[in-house]
Design a protein around this ligand. Structure first.
Ligand SMILES: C[S@@+](CC[C@H](N)C(=O)[O-])C[C@H]1O[C@@H](n2cnc3c(N)ncnc32)[C@H](O)[C@@H]1O
Length: 244
């Protein structure tokens, strides 16, 4: 089992520290997009966390299942109204199987990067393909690797700097590794939380999908179907398992 980086301490602050991601202006377009793709079928969220997307999606009438490694994150989900409609399996989403088949599987908020090896990311696509019905879709929302922000020889990129939060990404270009460091004020000092990721290119994801028998259907710059361009900082990609 991979290391759980979302233990009790992270889980209890998650909704507050990610408050901007819970804003309806962020959540609603994602839920609209996903509900449309799910149609009458069921949806599987990999890394369901505290239910930021799963709960409003279930509210729209979509049957949502989830997989997550963190008992602490899922305990927070369980405290929320509507959680009784959502079944969650505790395990690694690269390998955990759940009962049933799905018209949609999705992995949002850069969570594919929580799998820190290429093998694990490939396994995740294979696991998704095994859960999807023919014609079903896999959606990933993830940042485009930010290497253009790095001058040669540099490995740190400050992506946020305010009185409440300092965010620094540390790149290891040789291994496609990224450690996201978050500093926040604590009693008379600062608290540091560092989380390891593997950054991954859109074209590499397409190849992983192909290895798992899926093909790219759409790539957008965001949930409102903004065009994906060479300036896009993030992408929402949709791969399809061929029908029949
Ligand atoms: C950034 S949070 C996203 C939570 C939720 N999807 C959201 O959008 O708010 C990442 C979630 O993925 C889970 N996670 C990370 N790696 C995982 C793995 N290998 N298997 C299962 N869950 C994992 C974490 O426990 C955490 O709940």
């Amino acid at each position: 089992m991979p290391e759980d980086h979302f233990g009790e301490e992270v889980a209890q602050r998650y909704d507050m520290s990610s408050a901007d991601m819970f804003d309806p202006a962020v959540v609603d377009p994602a839920v609209d997009f996903l509900a449309e793709l799910a149609g009458d079928g069921a949806a599987l969220e990999l890394g369901i966390g505290t239910g930021r997307i799963a709960l409003p999606l279930a509210e729209r009438g979509v049957r949502v299942h989830g997989i997550d490694l963190s008992e602490a994150m899922v305990a927070r989900l369980r405290e929320k109204p509507g959680a009784e409609r959502i079944e969650v399996a505790i395990g690694d989403f690269a390998t955990t199987r759940v009962d049933g088949t799905f018209s949609l599987a999705y992995l949002v908020f850069n969570t594919i990067g929580n799998l820190t090896t290429q093998d694990a990311q490939v396994a995740c696509f294979e696991n998704v393909a095994a859960h999807l019905e023919p014609g079903g879709c896999f959606v990933i929302e993830v940042g485009v690797p930010g290497l253009r922000t790095l001058p040669p020889g540099e490995r740190f990129h400050v992506f946020d700097f305010s009185a409440e939060h300092i965010g620094i990404d540390e790149y290891d270009v040789e291994t496609q590794g990224l450690i996201s460091h978050h500093l926040s004020p604590a009693e008379r000092s600062w608290k540091l939380v560092s989380m390891p990721f593997r950054y991954v290119w859109p074209a590499e994801l397409d190849l992983m999908a192909e290895l798992a028998g899926m093909r790219l259907r759409d790539r957008w710059g965001g949930w409102a179907r903004e065009p994906f361009t060479s300036e896009s900082r993030t992408h929402v990609s949709v791969w399809e398992k061929p029908a029949g």
